[in-house]
Write a protein that binds this ligand. Sequence first.
Ligand SMILES: O=C(O)CCC(=O)C(=O)O
Ligand SMILES: [Fe+2]
Length: 349
Amino acid sequence: MRPLRFALGPRNLPVSKALELQATTSLARLLWYSGRRDKARAMLADIYNWFTEGFDTASLKRSQGAARATRRVKSVGSMLKAMDRQITMKRLTGAIGAEVKGLTLNHGLDDSTFAIIHQAFLDHCMFRGQFLEPAAQTAFTHRWGNVLRASYLRQLEIPENPEVLASVNRGKAFAFTTEQWHSDLSFMAAPPAHAILAAQVLPETGGDTMFANQYLAYETLSDGMKRLLEGLRALLGGAKLAAYSGIENSAPPQSHPVVRTHPETCRKGLYVNRLYTYSIDGLTEAESRGLLDFLCERSCRPDFTYRHQWAAGDVIMWDNRCTLHYAVHDYGEATRVMHRTTIAGEIPR
Ligand SMILES: O=C(O)CCC(=O)C(=O)O
Ligand SMILES: [Fe+2]
């Protein structure tokens, strides 16, 4: 039996599609108000795209049923806009992080929405969002800057989309580059500014990631210690990451300031980490070890941190210029797959 259709000029609107539009709008409203906002938005976007891409909407006006559908499509369009604007931020701890709600990362961000989350990101150093599909991850990443591809991580690149790394559990013995407080690739001359991590497959329990605010680690030091650190530089190298990747550590160690000034916020933060910082310039080995021990311990004090328990669909973005992170490996051989993109940064000053 042929489906019933409204006669609509250049193309026909199946009754089933008109009913779907009506049902989807009602269901999406329910989902939205019960907190399942991403789901609601995705449903509406699907149906909206079907109508706006597949139809000459002007021609829909020619029949009564179609006029209703046209009004409904229009209202779905404005609901989508309103949903996009209902961005709410909730701080994750007193020290670091914000949860961004009411924002769908998958469909591109207009400039004013981007400006809102950019500012929140600068204020909170990291944020949690939801549902970034693999194809959308690079587009979202490009909003923040150029993608950085590093030889050290080449073996993690996804062949069909090498800007995205697939970080897959290889067991605890291989977790020594992530189960350690670090700022990504900070041994490079111009280390990455940001990273975006989207959960693909999560273990049933465990596999949290911790973040620490390095502005606070610096700002809460005594004036005497701040004076001592002024102008100090440290040597950082990628030997551990090269060992992990099974490649030669070709890059020479880099000297970076121990206290780094963030290029956008102009705030100062500690910039040392146990994974990549070898020594502090101009000090004896014992002095350097003593000072680094103190600074590294301080940099991850619990009151500067947030521990993220991953949930399906989570996306976390962090600023490597003012945070450290640590991936807790407590899930044995369980499958854990994360998609990672990396955004280029500048020479630390
Ligand atoms: O897998 C994680 O939780 C984070 C790993 C990490 O250090 C990174 O992706 O830079
Ligand atoms: Fe990392």
